[in-house]
Design a protein around this ligand. Structure first.
Ligand SMILES: [Ca+2]
Ligand SMILES: [Ca+2]
Length: 214
């Protein structure tokens, strides 16, 4: 049976060997509580709003990996994956829904998502791949996009009349807005109205084919 991650780490310390991917002074005992994971990039206060060509918000994930002695860990592979949860109303991505980077000399790596379809909430899961796989952090992210139905009727990434119909069904809804109507309120003010169409209109002429994937 494969030993658990903690056993690997203890063994590595006892024998003075570092696990794959470790460099510098970092010990093999990565400490999620000392590592820093920050999410940013929402241009409005209530959710991230994506366009499938990437011209909307970018969900930026800044990761700094540190060990139990608070020493930064360079040379570690970290990934972030977007996973559907019960609050996900629709979700698809034009680019892979998992991105990976290697931490630099400061133990830092940046990950990002732009070309996302759907609406609702999604779980961002940050995993470290140095000794086995360690979940560093999970975060529930509220999001929407111009491709509101995430291709449930039309192809993924396409913004068209089906998506406009979803917005139309939320126009005039009593406030405070709640799901699912809140996801048609692109600008996060107190109503779904003509002002939300400006962002929506920017998604009409673009689709997954216009996305520049990392
Ligand atoms: Ca659509
Ligand atoms: Ca609005």
């Amino acid at each position: 049976m494969k030993p658990p991650i903690a056993a690997y780490a203890a063994l590595a310390v006892l024998t003075g060997t570092a696990g794959p991917g470790f460099a510098g002074d970092c010990t093999p005992i990565v400490d999620p509580s000392r590592s820093i994971i920050e999410y940013s990039g929402a241009s409005t206060p209530c959710h991230y709003k994506f366009r499938t060509d990437g011209s909307g918000d970018e969900l930026v994930v800044d990761v700094t990996v540190r060990d139990a002695l608070n020493i930064p860990c360079p040379g570690c592979s970290v990934s972030c994956e977007l996973l559907p949860i019960s609050e996900t109303l629709a979700l698809a991505t034009c680019c892979p829904n998992i991105v990976t980077a290697i931490t630099d000399a400061s133990g830092y790596a940046q990950l990002g998502f732009r070309a996302v379809s759907g609406r609702g909430a999604v779980q961002a899961r940050v995993v470290l791949h140095c000794v086995g796989s360690i979940v560093l952090n999970t975060e529930t992210i509220s999001f929407t996009s111009t491709d509101l139905n995430a291709g449930a009727i039309s192809p993924v990434g396409v913004t068209n009349l089906f998506d406009l119909g979803i917005i139309g069904s939320s126009v005039g809804t009593a406030t405070p807005l709640a799901p699912p109507d809140v996801y048609a309120n692109f600008n996060c003010d107190d109503a779904v109205n003509v002002f939300d169409l400006a962002f929506f209109a920017g998604g009409l002429a673009v689709d997954c084919g216009d996305a520049a994937c990392p």
